[in-house]
Design a protein around this ligand. Structure first.
Ligand code: NAP
Length: 486
């Protein structure tokens, strides 16, 4: 494994949920894998006045919890030696001087400023860094989603961040792109001849992308109520997955070659405006029900949610791509909270044979499909019809499972492990370029505007189900079913 260059990674929001649950355990794993040089440092930054020891004890507790049985005392000590803490209030210019002091004399090594804070702090932090004169040519800034609330706020953030960092220094993260199964989807598409000729209209019947969560809003209600499922999930994760499926083969493996192709897909999305929004989108909000066998409250009874909130906790969309490759192939996107299971998957259903000479199951059309599962486990399964044992040519579905864990034995990298190492190496392929983000917001904004115009409340669905009945109708109107409803 290639070791990383010496780096200083400054983790703004270093005491927050994302840092503790995902980022620091991911860095621990890279240290444990001997990929991080002894001279590298991880510097947590937040407003809390913690000593280094106090911070380390929070980080240790979190790493123990999230690394589980692989947690190792010796590896922890090696990791802990690289961890520092600095108290910075993003809104207090003078606080950045403490960071300047800590970084002094290390101008040559890679500097990563990972902003795991609310997005309204992004621009201020970048300006604070620039005023403290700690932005070097080898610096990178990582921006967590959501980048703004709409096109206008996203443009404002990007302009202010862009005044301090050049575009190749800006890493807009979408952790779905770091998942092993998404990487494998790319390998499958562009590393083999098998799928590419089939990857188009006339061969693909329809595509489904589901990102379902069984959790409710947890302790993020204040943020979530201002955001909703469309902006929290569709604008970034679901559209990015759609781009990976629908893009043309890039000419090279160069980051911009890939990002150019994704941008073309975003620009080819048929706009959903006015009446289309009523027929091609469904928004829902969960009411009381059950999760994992226990009763749970409805969204409006969650702490910090206004009793009259119209924020959607579920959204389903029928999306069309106006291109030669995809014209007429519907892409159905669905995401929500408090659904029946935590499950994220992409399902590509191929056209049925034009004429069958064998006895086939009634639902044969549903079995020519490729399922890329992202959660709870990452896998790729190809379903085909095969002959059932015995006399006669009766066909039955069988699954060809591409079990990467079985084949490759190595533990696959967690999405954040991959993305953090890419940032340190300076590889931009899996990060969103600014024009992609603008195109995604430009497509999303009219949907929200139309929802506001029609003033309909989101459709209620019972917690622990697969969302409102209208989401099933969206797909069944075209003669299809969501995979879990087959
Ligand atoms: P969080 O738990 O609320 O943590 C926020 C962090 O920001 C804390 O470390 C907080 O520490 C720090 N902070 C707040 N105000 C600050 C200020 N003025 N100056 C410096 N630091 C400040 O939030 P989170 O869940 O970790 O999320 C962080 C970002 O990642 C958000 O933009 C979120 O939308 C995004 N995100 C989160 C997740 C997730 O699973 N949590 C997933 C994807 C994206 P102090 O209070 O000590 O300052």
């Amino acid at each position: 494994m290639q070791s990383l260059p010496d780096f200083d990674l400054v983790l703004f929001g270093g005491t927050g949920d994302l840092a503790m649950r995902k980022l620091l355990p991911a860095l621990y794993r890279r240290v444990a894998a001997n990929q991080v040089s002894k001279g590298s440092r991880i510097i947590g930054a937040a407003r809390s006045g913690l000593t280094r020891d106090e911070y380390l004890s929070q980080v240790e507790e979190s790493c123990r919890k999230h690394i589980g049985k692989d947690f190792d005392r010796e590896q922890w000590e090696q990791f802990a030696r690289s961890v520092e803490y600095v108290k910075i209030d993003a809104q207090a210019e003078r606080d950045f001087m403490a960071l300047k002091k800590l970084l002094a004399g290390r101008e040559e090594c890679v500097r990563v400023f990972f902003l795991s804070t609310a997005p309204d702090l992004f621009a201020g932090i970048c300006e604070g860094l620039a005023k403290a004169d700690v932005v070097t040519p080898a610096s990178r800034v990582v921006l967590e989603k959501p980048l703004g609330q709409d096109l206008q706020s996203s443009v404002q953030i990007n302009e202010r961040v862009g005044a301090m960092f050049s575009e190749p220094q800006i890493f807009r993260i979408d952790h779905y792109l770091g998942k092993e199964a998404v990487q494998n989807l790319l390998a499958l598409r562009f590393g083999n001849m098998l799928f590419e000729p089939l990857w188009r209209r006339g061969r693909v019947q329809h595509v489904q992308i589901t990102v379902a969560e069984d959790l409710g809003v947890e302790r993020r209600a204040q943020f979530y109520d201002q955001t909703g499922a469309l902006r929290d999930m569709v604008q970034n994760h679901l559209l990015q997955l759609l781009c990976i499926i629908a893009m043309e083969p890039p000419a090279t493996g160069d980051p911009d070659a890939m990002r150019d192709e994704k941008l073309k897909v975003l620009r080819a999305l048929r706009p959903l405006r006015g009446h289309d929004v009523q027929t091609k989108t469904v928004r829902g909000q969960y009411k009381a029900g059950a999760a994992n066998g226990a009763p749970v409250v409805g969204y409006l009874d969650e702490k910090d949610v206004p009793r009259d909130s119209t924020t959607e906790t579920f959204v389903a969309l029928k999306v069309e791509i106006d291109s030669w490759r995809w014209a007429g192939v519907p892409f159905y996107l669905r995401t929500g909270k408090r659904l029946q299971e935590r499950q994220s998957e992409i399902v590509i259903t191929f056209e049925d044979v034009p004429h069958s000479i064998y006895e086939r199951p009634d639902d044969a059309h549903a079995w020519n499909r490729l399922v890329i599962q992202l959660q709870p486990v990452e896998s790729i399964t190809l379903s085909v019809l095969a002959k059932s044992p015995g006399h006669g040519m009766r066909l039955k579905p069988v699954e060809l499972s591409l079990d990467f864990r079985e084949t490759f034995k190595d533990r696959p990298l967690d999405a954040y492990e991959r993305l953090l190492t890419d940032v340190i190496k300076g590889t931009l392929t899996l990060f969103m370029r600014r024009d992609e983000l603008d195109a995604a917001w430009a497509w999303i904004d009219p949907i929200r505007e139309a929802w506001q115009h029609y003033e309909e409340r989101p459709k209620a669905y019972t917690a622990g189900t697969w969302g409102p009945a209208a989401a099933s109708a969206l797909v069944s109107r075209d003669g299809f079913s969501w995979r879990n409803e087959l």
